[in-house]
Structure formats: structure tokens, C-alpha cells
Design a protein around this ligand. Structure first.
Ligand code: GAL
Length: 662
């Protein structure tokens, strides 16, 4: 891949923060990195204060030495631009660069990311630093990639200061050109909100009650674009100096404030950070979903796992350590889902600072530890998977995902606060995952013709263009599975009239006259033994067949699930949140009708993903259960080098990667 950093095979490493340690430790670091097979480290993520000690006064001495040490050891550098956290002198000199909350409270410096994304002062300073780094290290032979900033928006996704308000007005002016177009789009005839000039418009700050919904939606769009402008400003400065070095910034999977589908085309390669959530009952499913989403941002191209943890993190209420074997299992699960680099936060666990209880590749207790042994073992594994790099994940099912729909569906004053976008997406994702089906995420206006089944969870907002593309897909023979609260509004959050689900009414052959959301905890029974929560709706079939009806609840006797033939395709519509078992049955039925099959048939809890590259195919098999398992495969198992003649025995928690022979 031309945009890939110049690191062979699957790159391995992590954030390296040598400035936290005396130089005597650096020599040991390098020796240990070699022992672990580390091939690339990210340097400088939070180094602004030590690189530019006073405005315009750069001190590159220590970083020069780090670069040279790494290069001598054959370890490549992904150089961060260090702009994620301005130094204390900066906030003191320019206090108006500090971010302001919705309530008008200005945040203080003293932790990290204390900057307003719309501040021109901040952007200039950040871009200057990025340019200075490019000029200093652009020709260094160790440099293979640029890592701009860090986790944009992680702590401060939006700033409500006056500068941001002015930037918002400019953004609106560029979008609507004249204020009457904005009035029409925002529906300002309601509640006396009509604007006579752009100057009257503010961010959706803390107001007496609900701010205008389209104003809120545009604010999300604006805020994501403002962060992107910070990124592109640094990127452009760097590109001028080093046009051939790929540029990335680390995403955070399903992170609501930043529209990664919009962002990814501005990068050379996509990268992601992922941390397991201790409170998630199936964190490995959450991991898979994050990986698949990020792969979709890059349209299926291999991506970089920029951060995950060797064991516990420090920022959850209870930080669970990883079980033996879990480190490799998590890492290889990302590789199975398209990662061509495995990196951790961070190389050496810190002695001081807010993250000192976060695990690292080198733990506080040193190298005679589970973590270190597993770090070394993972290095060997990744080496043996070198040939997998560049191959692509194969999927027959797509789930449509859209940040605009996410922002809009969760706006306030809606029929039910229980309709949470990621919960519904996850329901369908997890059900497919449990049936062994590999999933791609896709944009609603993508060409979907390669998929046998397309799932549409809560696509509340949909553009005319996307609705047409989805319709074309079905009529040409595609299978669709669509949930309640989809197709409801256009891109301005204006209702599509004539009955729900507006944009998909004809396609699905139904007409809904009224929503009947359920009370908290209320469960309704369906005729096919299924159960629903959260939502029901009064649906009239208009061509669709009724698959199941409500037995009780506010709509006893009304249709609950329908199926409709449109052109050569078939569209299912589900009007409630089905429980796990009921959803599993429905998904199994839709998969069977669409001819969707898992890569191979395996027991529940065994994850199987196929990656295909130049003439070769690789079967990743991951055992998430407590029992050993047998799976059918023929080829060579790459982690052990053993031949697999017809079946493979995988220990509990084990992973295998088979280069298949057909
Ligand atoms: C990420 C961040 C890292 C570190 C890590 C801890 O959000 O990019 O700098 O804070 O979390 O898990």
C-alpha cells in the first residue's frame, strides 16, 4: 500500500515518552524494544512544553538523541506533532485560547487538551510547531509517519467561547449563504426564533429549554469540522516539507463528536485507539465493532492500531487487569479485523502523573512479569504474520452507520430517551457477531451492491440521495433489515411527512401513523414468541407481509415485524427493540434468505474472520470461550508454523491464523 509507513510486515510498538525518564533509562528502553521485536514507536505526543520551552525557542536536543538511538537500533519513528496539550506559558500568555463550556465557564489549564479548537492563536502555534518538527526531522531516516495531535476532541470536543461563536457564524454563512435559507432549514418560525442577520446567531449555549434542534445538529457538524481544520492546518504545513511521509491522527472508534467518515479522506492512513470497557459484558464484541468501524472509515484499507493497553487502564471506576493470554487475543483480534500495526499506550508505565496506574509494555515491576513475557511473545507472533499485511477483510453484510443520524437521533425532546443510537447498532452488530458473520460498516450513500444483506439501525436522519441509494440496492435484489425510527427526517432534521418511516415507507411497504414508545422497563410480547422493549408503533401494511404481531401492550393485534418484496429484493422492518434471542432468530432468518454465510461454521464464541491478499487467504480463529474448540481448516498455522490437515484444535482463549490451502 503506497500510503503505508515504511515498516515491513505488521508494525509493532507504542507511544514512547522518553522525556519522562532519565537518559540512562533510554539505553535500556532500546535494548528491551529490540528484545520485544518493536519496529515503530510514536514519539512526542505530549512534548510541546519540552520542545518549545518559551514562545519560538525550540529545544530539539533531547529529541535528536532519541531519534538517533532509535535509528541505530532499526526502530522507526512515528513522530507526533506534540500539539495535543499546549504548555503552561501558552495558556498564560493567551488565556483566551482556553475552552469555554456550554454554561460559559472557562476551563483552566493544568491537565491536558486545554485549547479552543477555533482559536486562530492556538492553530497558528500548533501549525508552527508542526512545521518546525517537519523541518528538523523530515529528512531523518528513522521517520516513517506523522501523527498529528492526539485523539482530537477527546476532552474538549466543543468550545462555546465568543471566538467559537464567530467561527460558527462563518461556517453557517458558508453553508446557507443567506439568512433566510438558514431560517427555512432551522424552522425558526417556531418559538419566535427568526433571525434577521447571521450576527444574531449563537452556539447552542445553555438556554431556558431545548435549543433549536437544527442549530444543535449544525453545531455538531461545525464542531467536527473545526477540529478537522486544526488537523488539516498542521497536515498542510507538514506536507509542504515532507510530501512523501504518510500522515495520520488517532481515532477513537465510535466517538460521537467527531465524524470519522468525513475525516478519513484527509489522512493518508487511518489509525484507531481502543480500550476495553470493564463494565461491558462482552468487551471483545465492542472491540470488534470499533475495529470494523475504523476499517470502514478507510474504506476497508488496512489501518493502524495506534493505542490499546497491555493490561489495566487508569480512567475507569474499576480498572480490570488483563487475564493471561488476553493481551495477544485482543491484539490479534484487531489484526483479524484489518489492523496492520499493533501499538500500545505506552512503552514504559509512568512513575508520575495522572496515568501512573495505566499499564505499559514495560510494567513498574520490570521484565520478570506476565505483561513483559506476553509483550515479547506478541512481538514474535506479529513477526510470523508479516505476510498478512496488506490483505483485506471479507464481509457479506453491511451495517449502515452515520454520524449525522447519530447526532440527530439523540437530540432532546424526542419520543423516548431510551432510543440510543449505539445501543441499537450494537444489538444488531452483536447478534450478527454471535452468528459468526463478518460485518462491514458502510455509509448510507455508499454503493451497497457487493453486500448480500444490509442492516439499517435507527437511521433517523437520511438524505434523499442516501434513501435513493438504499432503494436502488434493494430493488436490484438486495436484502434489507431496517429498524424503527429510521428515515424520519431529512438532513435538516425536518420531518418527512405522510406517515413514518418517511424515506423508507414505500420501499418497506408500510405506513406508520403513530409512535407508541414503551414505559421504562415495559416488555411487550410478539406472536412469534419474541419480546420487545423501548418502542412500538401503529403500522398499517401497504404491500408488506406481516411476520409477527403484538400480542399485548398498547398495540395488541397490530403488526410488529414485516417483510416486503421491492423489485428483486426484500426489506424487513422491525418496530420494536427485540430481545437477544428474538433478534438472533430474525437475523438467522434474514441471513438464510440472503444467502449470508459465516467464513466457516464454528461453535458460539469462536470468532472467525477471513482476510484476503495477493492470491492468499488467511483465516483468523479466536476462541473467546473457556473450553477448547475444534474448527475446520486446511493450510499452515502461521503462529506455530504447523500444518493443518483438516481441523484445528484451539485452547480456551487461544488464537490461530491459518494460511488456507484450497
Ligand atoms: C488515550 C490517550 C493516551 C492515554 C490513553 C490512556 O485516550 O490518547 O494519551 O491517555 O488514552 O488509556
Amino acid at each position: 500500500m503506497s500510503n503505508w509507513p515504511r515498516v515491513p510486515g505488521i508494525a509493532y510498538g507504542g507511544d514512547y515518552n522518553p522525556e519522562q525518564w532519565p537518559e540512562s533509562t533510554w539505553t535500556e528502553d532500546i535494548a528491551l524494544m529490540r528484545e520485544a521485536g518493536v519496529s515503530m514507536v510514536t514519539v512526542g505526543v505530549f512534548s510541546w512544553a519540552l520542545l518549545e520551552r518559551r514562545e519560538g525557542e525550540f529545544d530539539f536536543g533531547w529529541l535528536d538523541r532519541v531519534f538517533d538511538l532509535l535509528h541505530e537500533a532499526g526502530i522507526a519513528v512515528d513522530l507526533a506533532t506534540a500539539t495535543a496539550s499546549p504548555p503552561p506559558w501558552f495558556s498564560r500568555a493567551y488565556p483566551d485560547t482556553l475552552p469555554v463550556t456550554k454554561e460559559g465557564h472557562r476551563l483552566w489549564p493544568g491537565s491536558r487538551q486545554a485549547y479552543c479548537p477555533s482559536s486562530t492563536r492556538y492553530r497558528q502555534a500548533a501549525t508552527n510547531l508542526a512545521r518546525a518538527l517537519a523541518q528538523r526531522y523530515g529528512q531523518h531516516p528513522a521517520l516513517v509517519m506523522w501523527h498529528i495531535n492526539n485523539e482530537y476532541g477527546c476532552h474538549v470536543p466543543q468550545c462555546y467561547c465568543d471566538g467559537s461563536a464567530a467561527a460558527f457564524r462563518n461556517w453557517l454563512q458558508a453553508r446557507y449563504h443567506d439568512v433566510e435559507a438558514l431560517n427555512a432549514a432551522w424552522g425558526t418560525a417556531f418559538w419566535s426564533q427568526h433571525y434577521t442577520a447571521f450576527d444574531e446567531i449563537l452556539p447552542p449555549r445553555s438556554t431556558p429549554t431545548w435549543a433549536n434542534p437544527t442549530q444543535q445538529l449544525d453545531w455538531y457538524r461545525f464542531a467536527s469540522d473545526e477540529l478537522l481544520a486544526c488537523f488539516t492546518s498542521e497536515r498542510d504545513a507538514i506536507h509542504e516539507v515532507t510530501p512523501d511521509i504518510p500522515i495520520t491522527t488517532n481515532f477513537m472508534g465510535a466517538f460521537k463528536p467527531v465524524n470519522y467518515f468525513d475525516w478519513a479522506p484527509h489522512e493518508d492512513v487511518v489509525s484507531n485507539d481502543h480500550y476495553l470497557l470493564g463494565a461491558d459484558p462482552s468487551p471483545h464484541v465492542q472491540l470488534a465493532m470499533s475495529a470494523d468501524l475504523v476499517r470502514a472509515a478507510g474504506h476497508g484499507a488496512p489501518w493502524i492500531l495506534m493505542e490499546h493497553s497491555t493490561s489495566a487502564v487508569n480512567w475507569q471506576p474499576r480498572n480490570l487487569a488483563k487475564q493471561p493470554g488476553q493481551l495477544a487475543r485482543n491484539s490479534l483480534q484487531h489484526v483479524a479485523r484489518g489492523a496492520d500495526a499493533v501499538c500500545f499506550f505506552q512503552w514504559r508505565a509512568s512513575r508520575a502523573g495522572a496515568e501512573k496506574f495505566h499499564s505499559g509494555m514495560v510494567p513498574h515491576a520490570g521484565t520478570d512479569t506476565k505483561v513483559w513475557r506476553e509483550v515479547v511473545e506478541l512481538g514474535k507472533h506479529l513477526k510470523s504474520l508479516g505476510e498478512v499485511a496488506g490483505s483485506r477483510v471479507q464481509a457479506e453484510v453491511a451495517i449502515l452507520f452515520d454520524w449525522n443520524a447519530w447526532w440527530a437521533v439523540e437530540l432532546d425532546s424526542h419520543p423516548s430517551t431510551d432510543v440510543q443510537y449505539l445501543t441499537i447498532v450494537r444489538d444488531y452488530y452483536e447478534s450478527l457477531w454471535r452468528q459468526g458473520v463478518t460485518i462491514d460498516f458502510a455509509r448510507p450513500d455508499d454503493d451497497l451492491s457487493a453486500y448480500k444483506l444490509v442492516v439499517v439501525p435507527a437511521l433517523y436522519l437520511v438524505t434523499d440521495q442516501a434513501a435513493a441509494a438504499i432503494g436502488d440496492y434493494v430493488r436490484a435484489g438486495g436484502h434489507l433489515l431496517c429498524t424503527f425510527f429510521s428515515g424520519i427526517v431529512d438532513e435538516n432534521d425536518a420531518l418527512r411527512l405522510g406517515g413514518y418511516p418517511g424515506a423508507f415507507r414505500d420501499l418497506l411497504g408500510v405506513k406508520v401513523e403513530e409512535f407508541f414508545p414503551l414505559a421504562e422497563g415495559e416488555v411487550v410480547q410478539l406472536s412469534d414468541d419474541a419480546r420487545g422493549t423501548v418502542w412500538t408503533e401503529a403500522l398499517h401494511p401497504a404491500g408488506a407481509n406481516v411476520v409477527a404481531t403484538y400480542v399485548d401492550g398498547p398495540l395488541a393485534g397490530w403488526p410488529a415485524v414485516t417483510a416486503h418484496h421491492a423489485g428483486d429484493g426484500l426489506g424487513h422492518y422491525v418496530t420494536t427493540r427485540l430481545d437477544q434471542d428474538s433478534l438472533a432468530r430474525l437475523i438467522a432468518r434474514c441471513c438464510a434468505e440472503a444467502g449470508v454465510r459465516p467464513p466457516i461454521i464454528a461453535a458460539s464464541g469462536i470468532e472467525v474472520v477471513r482476510r484476503r491478499g495477493d492470491g492468499a487467504s488467511y483465516l483468523f480463529v479466536i476462541n473467546h470461550t473457556q473450553q477448547e474448540a475444534d474448527v475446520q481448516a486446511v493450510g499452515e498455522e502461521l503462529l506455530t508454523g504447523r500444518a493443518v490437515t483438516d481441523s484445528l484444535r484451539l485452547p480456551a482463549g487461544g488464537v490461530a491464523v491459518v494460511r488456507e490451502t484450497h
